[in-house]
Design a protein around this ligand. Sequence first.
Ligand SMILES: [Zn+2]
Ligand SMILES: [Zn+2]
Length: 106
Amino acid sequence: MENLAQQRCFHHVRREAVARCPECLRFFCRECITEHNDRVICAACLRKISGDKGVVRHPWRVLGISAAFCAGIFFAWIAFYAMGKALIAIPTSFHDGTLWRALSSD
Ligand SMILES: [Zn+2]
Ligand SMILES: [Zn+2]
């Protein structure tokens, strides 16, 4: 059986290990180990576990991003097109400033 007190942290060779990560089976100091779901785990393994849950690594994901990008450009184009149409639709009196005079009661 290995003696924990004689073990050193995987990241800090000069520090005494306080716990062993159940995932990678390496020894870590107090700073390098964290509690997760009632068990101690190293930062790297925690990141790996939470990463596997959170981020879905799928080849279609890249395609989805590209599609979203294309859709963004398309909607931006539509917006600019609509804006252009709206600008054309605005009467010339608006640009002259005469529209406001016409709208006012005097
Ligand atoms: Zn670990
Ligand atoms: Zn450490």
